[in-house]
Write a protein that binds this ligand. Structure first.
Ligand code: ME8
Length: 518
């Protein structure tokens, strides 16, 4: 185990003030695809997700629901855990910030920061947005109706004056800029990096890291009037999840620093400014990358409870199936950019990419093998240049897939796979195996063997996106479980001629405009 390459990735931990929606499903899905890909590529992966349960926003939601905060968190957190099951995520752990291991970890980090003189006691007077759980400077705010102050996110701010501990963020500006400079891929995509660099260049102020006016949070060690600021508490989950404060633990030594924190663009600043500063101040290495993806809207509108247009991912799964939903979310929008959800676009994608391109290829090849090769992996004769052109493209596909996924370009990876799907469909048309059946049956066997090998590679590479469907396809090619990884992918001609194959079945349904299966 210790010799294996490692990969630690995390989703944001989601607030339990609300039900999970398509945005939460999206971030976790992206992580799931990466985690599955890395495992198939021989990595020892740790994939962490969970729920963010403290703070004023959650306390208020519990109060509105007439429930005690812990009972409320238990109930809503379960929905996020259930979503992970329903979406077939392979997270290795699910962390809740109300767990004892996390409270211990936050208090240890706090003590470390106090011990190093990075936190001091003062008084906060300024603007706070409960919806964002964020402090804002006066010049960041716009005037709203009735003299109200509005944050750039649209959240309403309130004036807060209370005793507070402060983190010496102002002292970290230069060191953060140097860190970004030395680690050009720390923040992706690049436009997000520019945004952060100019924010830090404009000067950082010390950050209030405790509150006294409500009590739903982790007590500050040695001063129980204060609870920790919810973002200090929340960000710490990433180190709790690998064993902090036990820095001698196997999991810590193996997995920290994290390879990737996947987040939405709304929480970029917390992850790329505050978090590395907290860690460096505590003498801990910062994560290797933060990727901030874009924002989904629904049929052109912002997704919000008040507009009553929240998309429940479970409804999509019930209507379109799990794997088509997983595919669509990562295919439709270049990862990193904002995207608009529309049912018409979803049906179009499913029908054209899955049912037509990939589904038809699989169906044509498997049913011809079933009818003409005795239901067995065909024998093959000598390969012609057209054959090796296709199989080489399939075997080599793993390289661009690795490269695109290493920069979280999920859409480009799918483009690469579909280019070979297209090439295979053209090869079927050019070779005409149904004609060869009459003129040259031995050559037909070779052509079908080449196509079966190509399908094997395509199914393995598309597996992280659509695990159930691709497993069904790999079952139909009789690929053993222990050969469903990328080291066997590149083993040429891994399909053994003469292997008995099960009866072929379609893998992707087709939909008509109202969403029903045709
Ligand atoms: O911010 N489009 O939690 P949160 C795309 N607890 N992604 C979306 C989205 C949308 N319309 N809406 C939400 C928090 N997301 C904190 C995080 S981490 C230490 C603490 C996704 O429940 C996206 O990943 O508000 C976004 O960053 C996250 O949900 C916010 O989830």
């Amino acid at each position: 185990m210790t010799g294996k390459k490692r990969y630690y990735l995390t989703t944001p931990i989601y607030y339990v003030n609300d039900q999970p929606h398509i945005g939460h499903a999206y971030t976790s899905l992206a992580c799931d695809v990466l985690a599955r890909f890395k495992r198939m590529d021989g990595y020892d992966v740790h994939f962490l997700t969970g729920t963010d349960e403290h703070g004023q926003k959650v306390a208020k939601s519990a109060e509105d629901a007439g429930t005690d905060p812990q009972g409320f968190c238990d109930r809503v957190s379960r929905n996020f855990r259930d979503l992970a099951g329903a979406m077939n995520y392979t997270n290795d752990d699910f962390i809740r910030t109300t767990e004892e291991r996390h409270i211990k970890s936050c208090q240890a980090l706090w003590n470390e920061l106090i011990g190093k003189g990075e936190i001091y006691l003062g008084k906060y007077a300024g603007w706070y947005a409960v919806r964002d759980e964020a402090f804002y400077a006066e010049d960041e705010l716009k005037d709203g109706p009735d003299g109200r102050k509005i944050a750039p996110s649209g959240a309403e701010c309130e004036w807060v004056e209370e005793d507070s501990y402060f983190f010496r963020l102002s002292a970290w500006g230069e060191r953060l800029l140097k860190f970004y400079d030395e680690n050009p891929d720390f923040i992706l995509p690049p436009n997000r990096r520019n945004e952060v660099v100019s924010f830090v260049r404009s000067g950082l102020r010390d950050l209030s890291v405790s509150r006294t006016t409500f009590s739903w949070g982790i007590p500050v060690p040695g001063d129980s009037r204060h609870i920790m600021y919810v973002w200090l508490d929340a960000l710490t989950n990433y180190i709790t999840g690998v064993g902090y404060p036990d820095t001698g633990a196997e999991s810590w030594k193996r997995f920290w620093p994290a390879d990737l924190h996947m987040v939405g663009k709304d929480i970029l600043r917390f992850h790329t400014v505050y978090w590395p500063a907290f860690l460096m101040a505590a003498g801990l290495p910062p994560p290797k990358r933060v990727f901030a993806h874009g924002w989904w809207t629904n049929e052109g509108q912002k997704i919000s409870k008040s507009l009553n247009n929240v998309i429940n991912p479970l409804d999509l799964v019930a209507t379109y199936g799990l794997d088509p939903t997983r595919y669509f979310l990562l295919r439709e929008v270049p990862f990193g950019q904002d995207g608009d959800f529309s049912r018409a676009a979803m049906i179009h994608r499913i029908n054209s990419d899955l049912a037509n391109d990939f589904g038809n290829l699989a169906q044509r090849v498997l049913s011809m093998i079933n009818k003409n090769c005795d239901g067995k992996v065909p024998e093959h004769g000598p390969f012609l240049p057209a054959d090796t052109r296709l199989t080489d493209a399939a075997y080599n596909l793993v390289h661009p897939c690795r490269a695109t996924l290493d920069v979280q370009a999920f859409h480009k990876m799918l483009d690469e796979i579909w280019a070979v799907v297209g090439q295979a469909n053209r090869y079927v048309d050019e070779q005409g195996p149904w004609v060869l059946k009459k003129t040259d049956p031995a050559r037909m066997h070779t052509v079908l063997y080449v196509l079966a090998e190509t399908l094997r590679c395509l199914a393995l590479l598309a597996h992280p996106f659509m695990p159930q469907s691709m497993d069904r396809l790999l079952d139909q090619l009789a690929v053993p479980q222990d050969a469903r990884n990328f080291s066997v992918l590149t083993a040429r001609h891994a399909l053994k001629s003469g292997t008995e194959l099960p009866a072929p079945q379609g893998i992707f349904p087709r939909f008509v405009e109202d969403g029903a299966r045709s």
